[in-house]
Design a protein around this ligand. Sequence first.
Ligand code: XIL
Length: 449
Amino acid sequence: MRPSLSAVLTGMVALAALLVTAPTAHAADPPLRDLAAAKNKAIGTAVTGSKLTGTYGEITAREFNWLTPGNAMKWGSVEPTRGTFDWTEADRIVDFAEAHGQDVRGHTLVWHSQNPNWLTNGTWPPAQLSQLMTDHIALEVGRYKGRLAAWDVVNEPFDEDGTYRETLWYDGLGADYIAQALTAARAADPAAKLYINDYNVEGVNAKSTALYNLVRDLKARGVPIDGVGLQAHLILGQVPSTLQQNIQRFADLGLDVAITELDIRMQLPATAAKLAQQRTEYDAVVKACVAVTRCTGVTVWGFTDSDSWIPDTFPGEGAATPYDENYVPKPAYYGIATGLGGTGTTPPPTPNGCAASYSVANQWNSGFTGNVTVRCDAGSSLSSWRVTWTFGAGQQVGQVWNASCAQTGAAVSCSNASWNGSVPSGGSATFGFNGTWSGSNPVPTVTLG
Ligand code: XIL
């Protein structure tokens, strides 16, 4: 069917507007780690050691200056059977960090969760329990002595009402287990900053006040304590308004504060509106840290939705991290960038001297034609390719030529057809599609992966 004259005219007007308003040049943002360094802050991510290759490894190295092992240093991971140790994954992460000029936050020594069964199921008289704990700390902290910048020595000691959580440690040793653990950690590595880490302590509330009183008293008693970790597993729309004030009150005690496990989860499916709100909230959390000198930085709990604990732990929720499952930066990524003082506009760098670009070739009342070109510089080539992006305003891909595309929610992923996977040095491949739009049709940032 031929479009009507008025549709063609509307399309031409829209196209002209697009050409005129297309951004010409933005001040380029460097990677997040460079933005953070310019503010004297850390930007970190939790990582899975076995994934530190390919795109996952490239992004980890390029964007972050701190790493936290997501699971690899937990007691259950390192000593699954009593006296039998597995440091493979933890070593890999520390080696990777050193190779890429990154600091490591050890996580975590004394916790109620992810302990080995032999420990959890044992019956331990107090003296023996204390010895087990301090031996474990001496061994693990000692193994990485001089190589780790910080340790989450004690994790999650409090209940929501600010009373001590009843754990293996508290039940056996009383609240003094915390001082014992910190003292053992300091002895094993005097250079590492020692933290107590917890969740739901981001705003001023009963739990964060209990943490505040604890660290104030520990400091007064001369127990080694350098900082508090605010995990910040947040829910979209529920960033505490007292975040900065809370960070400041810990800082005023003479302690460092780190945001250690930031993610902002939402009910699935993710929509453009929720992702935009998430961007604002990532920006706000990062800014709250940047505003307080003693806030050392922000670590996200996994940088990609494909490596996030949220969907398994909170069924129906997800999309909590700054990159989607295909490693495409989400609006949240740009929120972190602006939080760190960047412009939040830079498209991500492209691997291997090849890049993809997206243009709207034609647009009419409710439809448009998009073109995507994959281009390689001289000296670079591809034998297959995949281009991904996130539509910002509810656009939907329809008919596609010269590629095959799948769209899930706002996320689009297109891979080459059998005949155009190879892009020679200095050459290009192009595909196109018809899509639908309403309201607006912003050009997405595309990633070649
Ligand atoms: C989570 C990991 O991300 C998951 O892979 C694991 O199954 C459970 O633990 N608070 C913490 C982290 O301190 O260690 C937790 O990590 C998330 C909550």
